[in-house]
Design a protein around this ligand. Structure first.
Ligand code: KG4
Ligand code: ZN
Length: 350
């Protein structure tokens, strides 16, 4: 039985390292955001991402192993995100993880980043205790800058995608709108803050596919309709009405996410619901989800912000659970830009 692993996450633009125990307890975690390096370009530049991972990673590993108190002696395995993600970024984490596994003579395992997001609500630390331990079947809305999907989670490694976005991820829809109205990148957090002062009914935005009897979503129509409105209004009007624009736009996204999540829960008849990924930080989505869960007597778990956004703790937890079922990779493990066949089952209409 492996008690403790070191985990590394470099799939996108955040460098993150953690030491995690087999019950999901996070002994130490540190992440380095690269937002300041990508901001001038209005999005993630893959070359800049992998260069900064390679600068940040080794010092971060030393710090986290030290902070974990168990030290290198206590690290019994290495877990690393090897899919899906930017290949150049994945490689930095992967070669580092392989080197450590080889040098220390400990097992290695590559895990799917999205599986990490699904298990994130079940992590624990000194200031966060999950409402439930991992085991019961649940529905998860995983919503970030790169992904927006609803999953039926039946157990470890048993993940069925009920539906996904056909085009933009919800976080991408936030960020593109942020750029349009001059908030810079990434705009999600700023839209959330401005929306709190605005009127959700001030502007009409489309809620694509909301009435369709499935969990499939689409956000590209919303983005185009916002583009037309912003052009019609003109710069001065847009700046005068920022709060109302943000509130109305955000409400359209939250309406779609909640309608599809509620539908999945009705269809699968589960009591436990999870919302995870960077957009689960959105205060309106949280408030709407909490209100719905209370009304419909569901247990809702949303991880704290540090485990919502990309982080290594969730990767470590997914990995140690698989390792304790015997899973291992050898040094031939490679990165993959996409999930692999077998990672997720796809629902008939998902
Ligand atoms: O999971 P994450 O850190 O990275 C990946 O995309 O994998 O998610 C980042 C996304 C960005 O699109 C960001 O704008 C969005 O999450 N986001 C938010 C909020 N905080 C972060 N969107 C809306 N409201 C927020 N409060
Ligand atoms: Zn992510």
């Amino acid at each position: 039985m492996i008690e403790t692993v070191l985990s590394i996450e470099t799939s996108c633009d955040d460098t993150s390292v953690a030491v995690v125990q087999k019950n999901g307890r996070v002994l130490a975690m540190q992440s380095a955001s690269q937002d300041q390096f990508h901001q001038p370009f209005g999005g993630i530049v893959p070359e800049i991402a992998c260069r900064n991972h390679s600068i940040a990673l080794l010092p971060l590993i030393e710090k986290v192993v030290d902070a974990s108190k168990v030290g290198w002696k206590g690290v019994q395995g290495v877990v690393v995100t090897n899919r899906p993600g930017l290949v150049g970024s994945l490689i930095v984490g992967l070669v580092t993880a392989k080197s450590i596994a080889q040098a220390k003579g400990i097992p290695l395992l590559g895990v799917n980043h999205l599986e990490g997001h699904l298990l994130a609500p079940f992590l624990s630390d000194e200031t966060y205790l999950p409402k439930k331990i991992f085991g019961e079947r649940f529905i998860a809305l995983a919503v970030s800058g790169g992904h927006t999907s609803i999953y039926d989670v039946q157990g470890l490694g048993k993940y069925r995608i009920l539906g996904s976005t056909l085009d933009d991820a919800a976080g991408e829809a936030f960020d593109k709108f942020g750029k349009m109205i001059g908030l810079g990148w990434p705009g999600g957090v700023k839209i959330d803050k401005l929306a709190a002062q605005g009127n959700i009914k001030a502007y009409e935005f489309p809620r694509s596919m909301i009435l369709e009897e499935n969990e499939i979503m689409s956000f590209s129509g919303l983005k185009s309709s916002a583009q037309r409105l912003v052009e019609q209004l003109g710069e001065t009007e847009v700046q005068k009405n920022l709060a109302d624009l943000c509130a109305s736009y955000q409400e359209a996204i939250v309406d779609v996410l909640m309608a599809k999540l509620e539908r999945a829960v009705r269809r699968m008849k589960t009591d436990l619901v999870v919302i995870t990924g960077g957009v689960s930080a959105n205060s309106r989505l949280r408030a709407r989800a909490e209100d719905w869960a209370a009304r419909s007597r569901k247990t809702l778990m949303i991880p704290p912000l540090r485990y919502c956004t990309d982080n290594a703790a969730m990767i470590g937890y997914a990995g140690i659970l698989h390792m304790n079922q015997g899973a291992r990779h050898d040094l031939a493990l490679g990165p993959s830009p996409a999930s692999l066949p077998g990672d997720f089952e796809v629902d008939a209409h998902g």
